[in-house]
Design a protein around this ligand. Structure first.
Ligand code: FAD
Length: 460
């Protein structure tokens, strides 16, 4: 363990309304815990901000003390960029307020809110923002990297609903970024991650969703997975944008609708979501039941916010996670060979390979319209390497890397910064493609000293 530095903690405490923790504080250990249990770093101090006013003094203090800096939203980032060693962690996770204006169909969201906080507030009015599929994920990191989930085919990426944001820049200035103010900054934060400033408020457009939707799972045996994947490719080529189907290959969790004999066996799961008229939806999804001979299914009408939590039990915090991700414009047979080979060698009962559908509204935004560049992706594939024991790291990471290398020749360009691990910094320029140079120029303007570098970094 590093020797604690003598820091003027009391001085920072006297300047902020939130609570400042040093490593001796009783709640320090809990405060430095993030979603990915593989990341173990010890900040010299943590400031749990009460409101946006705490941020400029925290930034000034870290500069005066010569400290490194990291920013934490809900702490879900797979690379663990919320945490730094020996620096100041600015923890925004207590700033969770969501204010909805149903008349204007707008939501004003603080940066510590989770997707669950946002869904709960917006669904009270039958409205929603397209966000990710796990309710404990933070809206801040998700939005800044792009953001997609069940509603994205119909309503676009999360950033496509962002109409403005308030930020504190590296020099402590408080700015608003929107289509009418600091337009370059607004462009950059729509995909450029936490590189440009600390967002203290997001403003989103909302869409009518649910509050009930048709959703659920159809579970096939793994020996039918090749047929399921080829039928999936055919089906998704013409499915309407209200319908979003993801394929997941993993060991079957003990789901009550599956026979016990299937629990723990390798399966190919179709996760099905339809955000429209339920009767029409039932008709639309019927072919999915005939890709083979399923073990079972559980599909029904349920609250959208409930479906948004459906995967939470598989994605609990604290496990060790190593992910790899690729974008695809096509799903060739050769890719299925690679997928099936890796799915036949899952290194733990928590590892999974998912293929998510993106085709639709995200593709209609020009690549240069926001920092998020790879608008051509029709599918995203994510390899969730996940286990509990440190001894599983080596084989698990080797499995994920091997799969990634074999799948890469079939992928389209770039990648999604929000799914990149800490050792993938070299992929950042490709993730931004032709937008990278403009991002660098904007970084130089707003953060020339690269104060915000615990992220998928765009060096000025
Ligand atoms: C289980 C799980 C499921 C996921 N599912 C999806 C999904 O369906 N769709 C999807 O698009 N993504 C998904 N993701 C990826 C997710 O978008 C990223 O992990 C994202 O970084 C999480 O945001 P956070 O605020 O919780 O992150 P944190 O770890 O708190 O922050 C990560 C980084 O974001 C930046 N940041 C955070 N808050 C701010 C702020 N206020 N101002 C400036 N910078 C900030 C900082 O650089 C920070 O280091 C998932 C991740 C996990 C772990």
């Amino acid at each position: 363990m590093n020797k604690p530095r003598q820091l003027a903690i009391d001085e920072l405490q006297s300047r902020v309304k939130g609570h400042v923790l040093d490593p001796a504080a009783p709640d320090y250990e809990e405060a430095r815990r993030i979603w990915n249990g593989m990341i173990d770093r010890r900040p010299a101090a943590i400031v749990r901000c009460r409101d946006a006013g705490d941020i400029p003094p925290a930034l000034a203090w870290s500069r005066d003390q010569g400290l490194d800096l990291s920013i934490r939203g809900a702490g879900h980032n797979i690379a663990g960029s919320a945490l730094c060693d020996d620096g100041l962690m600015i923890d925004l996770s207590g700033m969770k307020a969501v204010r909805v204006d149903p008349g204007q169909r707008r939501a004003s969201v603080q940066p510590g809110a989770t997707l669950g906080d946002l869904d709960q507030a917006t669904q009270a009015h039958g409205l929603a923002v397209p966000v990710g599929i796990n309710s404990t994920t933070g809206i801040a990191g998700l939005t800044l990297g792009g953001g997609f989930g069940w509603l994205s085919r119909k309503y676009g990426l999360t950033i496509d609903s962002l109409v403005g944001a308030d930020l504190v820049t590296a020099d402590g200035q408080q700015l608003t970024a929107s289509a009418h103010e600091n337009e370059d900054l607004f462009w950059a934060i729509r995909g450029g991650g936490g590189n440009f400033g600390i967002v203290t408020r997001f403003e989103f457009d909302l869409y009518p969703v649910g509050p009930e939707v048709l959703a659920g799972l159809i579970v096939y045996p793994m020996d039918q997975a090749r047929e399921v994947l080829s039928q999936y490719r055919r089906f998704t080529a013409s499915a309407p944008e209200e319908l979003n189907v993801w394929t997941i290959l993993r060991q079957a969790p003990p789901l009550p609708f599956l026979p016990e004999s299937v629990h723990g066996r390798e399966v190919a799961v179709l996760a099905v979501f339809y955000a429209g008229d339920a009767a029409k939806g039932r008709e639309m999804i019927d072919p999915l039941r005939h890709f083979g001979d399923p073990h079972g299914e559980h599909i029904g009408i349920q609250p959208y916010s409930q479906w948004q939590q459906a995967f939470d039990p598989l994605l609990t915090p604290g496990a060790r996670n190593y992910w790899k991700s690729l974008n695809f414009t096509e799903l060739p047979d050769a890719l299925f060979d690679v997928v099936l080979s890796a799915a036949g060698r899952l290194p733990s009962d928590q590892c999974e390979i998912f293929i998510g559908q993106l085709e639709g509204a995200p593709n209609r935004v020009p690549p240069e319209a926001t920092a998020y560049f790879h608008r051509d992706a029709r599918f995203v594939m994510n390899v969730h390497g996940r286990w509990n024991d440190v001894a599983e790291d080596k084989p698990g990471i080797a499995w994920a890397r091997d799969f990634f290398e074999s799948a890469k020749p079939h992928a389209s360009a770039g990648g999604y910064v929000n799914f990149m691990t800490g050792d993938e910094k070299g992929r950042v320029p490709a993730a931004y493609g032709a937008n990278y140079d403009r991002l660098k120029a904007i970084k130089k303007q707003y953060d020339p000293e690269n104060v915000f570098h615990h992220n998928q970094n765009i060096a000025p």
